[in-house]
Design a protein. Structure first.
Length: 227
């Protein structure tokens, strides 16, 4: 099984740390963020596709053709501020069947990822005290995903999208419709359309540590490697 990991952005919120280092190689507990992500992937994932852009040479040198026992392929996102959906489209020609989709700056617990790949289609989620700041998951009566509502003023639930999907290449069928409706092509918009036609299971993640700003590193290390 393949896993697409987005590694292309400039990491502007992480400056000044990202002025000379790509965000996926910023260290938490003396390990690059990308290593945390790949180490949590289940054994079913035997190949990773890294979507690279900003300072990509460092990522290519760090990972090589095989990283932590998994084959590595690279695709370049020329416009690496073009949105998550654009990043996924860059990997389209390398993908076959079902695959995972992850962000390089979110640390996930391995157990939920293992549960996710056992589903035909899945999305990772967690409970938030401030769901209005995130993409809120709307559910069908059977508990599957109805859609992702970005930063709603009046959230219908406190269950939020945390970036982590199991889907298949049919998701690309929705890219044109989404791009016509939105200025930026986002994976979440594509996945909302995808969920109208395929039952997407919601998997709750107990361990989710987003690392978007320099101060998040200290928080992450307090949780992952306390002294």
């Amino acid at each position: 099984m393949q896993c697409v990991i987005i590694c292309a952005g400039k990491g502007t919120r992480m400056r000044p740390l990202t002025e000379s280092t790509p965000k996926p190689l910023i260290e938490v507990c003396k390990k690059p963020l990308l290593q945390h992500v790949v180490e949590a992937l289940p054994n079913e994932v035997d190949e990773i596709i890294l979507v690279v852009g900003y300072l990509q040479e460092q990522i290519r040198e760090h990972c090589g053709d095989e990283y932590l026992g998994k084959k590595v392929q690279y695709v370049e996102q020329a416009n690496f501020s073009g949105g998550t959906g654009d990043a996924l489209l860059c990997a389209k020609d390398l993908l076959e069947g079902r695959f995972m989709f992850m962000y390089a700056d979110d640390i996930h617990g391995a157990q939920a990822l293992k549960k996710a790949v056992q589903q035909e289609h899945a999305i990772l989620a967690t409970i938030s005290d401030h769901p209005e700041d995130f993409g809120v998951l709307a559910q069908n009566q059977d508990g599957t995903l109805q859609g992702i509502i970005e930063k709603p003023k009046n959230p219908s639930s406190n269950l939020i999208n945390i970036g982590g999907f199991v889907l298949d290449t049919r998701v690309f069928e929705y890219s044109v419709a989404v791009s016509q409706e939105h200025e930026e092509l986002l994976v979440t918009d594509m996945f909302t359309q995808y969920a109208q036609d395929y039952p997407v299971q919601i998997i709750e993640q107990e361990t989710w540590i987003p690392v978007g700003k320099p101060e998040d590193i200290e928080k992450a290390e307090a949780q992952l490697c306390p002294e």
